[in-house]
Design a protein around this ligand. Sequence first.
Ligand code: CA
Ligand code: CA
Ligand code: CA
Length: 135
Amino acid sequence: MISRRFVLRISPVAVLFATASPVLAASRRSLAIQMFDADNDGTLDLAEVKKAASAAFAKLDRDHDGTLDKRELVGKLSAKELAAADPDRDGTLTLDEYLAIVEQRFNAANRDKDGTLDARELNTSAGRALLRLLR
Ligand SMILES: [Ca+2]
Ligand SMILES: [Ca+2]
Ligand SMILES: [Ca+2]
């Protein structure tokens, strides 16, 4: 009886701990690799990342006008990042402009310059900034 009560008392803490666990966070991120890793080599190359980004672009373009505006980019790019990525300053991004930022973020995350991103590289702030553009 005592031991059961002990289990009942500790379980919410255990759940809380598991939710915040870095191991779980890491497995969520390698899920990103599983989702986008078309050739199944355990890493993401630029072609795989651009394919995922193109699919994300289509999904984000809610009014189907072929560009992403400020409202469609909420949570993806700050106003400052949008301005920097928008050379013609019309306040929207075409697919090419979107893929150009994706490539910049890919290169920023690819610390060892080996042409691919592994789970560790995706688990950096640059890696996370890239993953935001793929969903
Ligand atoms: Ca791959
Ligand atoms: Ca649009
Ligand atoms: Ca790399």
